[in-house]
Every structure is written in structure tokens, then in C-alpha cells.
Design a protein around this ligand. Structure first.
Ligand SMILES: [Zn+2]
Length: 328
């Protein structure tokens, strides 16, 4: 049997280093100090750190980990690659507990490892979705409960009640049909907020699809086209004159996956870290199998995205118990 987990770069450190080098440096080693490409010598020798290079231009040593999410981590690179493979191949996400049990180490290490990978997966800084002839759906949902309040409250008449919609963190997601997804947590769902999210995330040459929310009407006027379905009137989709379907089923499908992940797998995602989980779900969606991108290629894309990203500080408990440096 050909198990994906038997791949050399997931089992062997030398192979893992070579693999990451090939992904990050397709044109040869790049010196992170001076930027010189393919002018470095691999340092070998018993006492030399594995994967060490010396730049012939600036004479400084470096490894492929520098200036990436892997920097200043003591976790072997092949274990990093195992974690990236697991997170990229698990459609609804993978819990920190599962990662810790599978890869070993402490829960804290697993937690930081996962968050660094989520940082690599974050594509929110990329270009706008859509464009001429493209359709972008926008929708909003309420996810995890806001910080600082109990999930249950004592209602004066009805006893203990679970908190409802208003106390949850809103998320606005934009999905380009046949393309990428981008989610953003927001303070509220007002016209101004939607405006910000949509104008910064969608090319106005696109055709916008939304529900009947009033705020979308004015926003829609600035786009090449805008169609809304009236969920209040139980209208879920409508065939338009040019044969295109007006609906927001694509973005709703994304939400159902996100919610199954958050509630079924991650259980308590805090408001503070929600954006990292959104980046994770966006990434898997934007590089999904339906677009012909399978687990291996999705993992390679996440590895390549590790470049130029560093999480230099991160608090485990929202800073309440003091700032903590990454412990590895
Ligand atoms: Zn150099």
C-alpha cells in the first residue's frame, strides 16, 4: 500500500529539509541576509547543524527555516510537515489534542504549532476576489460567543437560557464561485461594516450575489451587477435572464463546513483567535479538491506560504496571564 504518511519528507529529517528547500527555493538557496540567489555553499561536517548554508556574497550562515514560520523552533522539520499535511487534509480541521497525541510533545507545543501553520495559511492580504465576468457571493453568520460573557444567563421569567445571536461574533464571508473564499470577523453587521469588508475584498467589476439585507442594496450599485435572493420570502435561488443562478448557496455551504469544524472539532474557539481558524478554513476552501487541488498539492502550497511569515509573539490566554514567548 502507498500510504501518504510514508513519504520520505514526513519520516526523515534530511528529506524534509530538502523538500522544504525545493518548495521555498525553486531557483536555488536564497540568502535571507542579503537576498542573493543560488550563491551559497552547503556546510557539511559532523558538528554542523543540518541544513546549514553559507552565503558566498555576505559570508553569513543561514537555513531554510529563517524568516519562515519554522524559525527558532526546535521541532524537527519532518514533524512540521506532518502537522501541515494533517491540517491540510482534514476538511473540518483537526483538534490540537489530536495533533498532540499523534505527533507527541506537549499541548502547548501543539497549540503554537497549529497557530503558526494557520498564520502561514492566512491569505487575507491577497488581492481582491472576483473580477470581470466573475460572481462573488457575500453572506454573514454568527459564530463563537463573544468574550467576557457567560454562555448561559438567568432570564427573569424563563430561568436559565442560552445566549442567542446577538452575543456571538459576526463573520462575513466572500466566496468567488469556482474560486477563493475570504472570511473576516467583524464587530457588527451594519451597512458600514459590510461596505468595508466588501469593498476591500471584492473587485467591483464582479457580479455580487447576496441575500435581501437592505445594506447590500447601496453596496450593490457600485458593482458590475447585483442580485439578491429573498430568504425571508423563502426564495433560495432564481434563474436570471442570462441563465446565471442567483443564490448564496456557495457561501452557505462554506458556513456549514466552518460551523461543523468549529463546533465539532475545535469546541471552544475564542473570539481572539477566531481569525486564525477562519484563515485555516478559507485556505482549505480556496485550494479545494473541487478545483483539482488534492491533499499533497494543498500541503505544498501551505509549505510555500510559510515563507516570510513569523509569529514572534503569541499569548496562550489572550494576554490575561501575561505575554508569552513561543516556547520552542
Ligand atoms: Zn548573503
Amino acid at each position: 500500500m502507498k500510504s501518504a504518511l510514508n513519504a520520505p519528507h514526513l519520516c526523515n529529517e534530511e528529506a524534509a529539509i530538502a523538500y522544504v528547500e525545493a518548495q521555498l527555493w525553486p531557483d536555488g538557496p536564497v540568502c535571507p541576509h542579503c537576498g542573493t540567489i543560488d550563491q551559497a555553499t552547503r556546510l557539511r561536517g559532523k558538528s554542523t547543524r543540518r541544513g546549514l548554508w553559507k552565503c558566498r556574497a555576505c559570508r553569513k550562515p543561514f537555513t531554510v527555516r529563517m524568516r519562515t514560520i519554522f524559525e527558532s523552533s526546535h521541532i524537527p522539520l519532518h514533524v512540521w510537515l506532518q502537522a501541515i499535511y494533517l491540517i491540510c487534509s482534514s476538511k473540518k480541521g483537526i483538534s490540537t489534542r489530536r495533533i498532540q497525541r499523534t505527533l507527541g510533545g506537549s499541548m502547548k507545543t501543539a497549540w503554537f504549532l497549529m497557530h503558526r501553520i494557520r498564520l502561514a495559511m492566512d491569505e487575507s492580504g491577497g488581492g481582491p476576489l472576483g473580477g470581470e465576468g466573475k460572481i462573488v457571493e457575500s453572506d454573514e453568520t454568527y459564530t463563537v460567543y463573544k468574550e467576557g460573557g457567560p454562555t448561559w444567563f438567568l432570564h427573569p421569567e424563563h430561568g436559565w437560557r442560552r445566549r442567542t445571536g446577538g452575543d456571538r461574533v459576526p463573520v462575513v464571508t466572500l466566496v468567488e464561485r469556482g474560486g477563493r473564499a475570504r472570511s473576516q470577523k467583524t464587530e457588527n453587521i451594519t451597512a458600514a461594516t459590510l461596505r468595508d469588508v466588501i469593498f476591500s475584498g471584492v473587485d467591483t467589476k464582479s457580479r455580487l450575489m447576496t441575500d435581501e439585507l437592505h445594506a447590500y442594496r447601496r453596496i450593490g450599485r457600485d458593482f458590475a451587477g447585483h442580485d439578491a435572493v429573498n430568504h425571508g420570502e423563502e426564495e433560495w435561488s432564481r434563474k436570471l435572464v442570462d441563465g446565471i443562478m442567483a443564490h448564496t448557496n456557495t457561501v452557505e455551504g462554506f458556513f456549514s463546513l466552518l460551523k461543523r469544524g468549529i463546533y465539532g472539532c475545535y469546541f471552544h474557539v475564542s473570539e481572539e483567535h477566531l481569525h486564525r481558524y477562519l484563515a485555516e478554513f478559507d485556505f482549505r476552501y480556496s485550494h479545494r479538491s473541487a478545483l483539482g487541488i488534492e491533499d499533497g498539492e494543498r500541503t505544498d502550497r501551505a509549505i510555500r506560504a510559510a515563507k516570510g511569515k513569523r509569529l514572534t509573539y503569541q499569548t496562550a490566554r489572550g494576554g490575561r496571564s501575561g505575554e508569552e514567548e513561543i516556547p520552542f
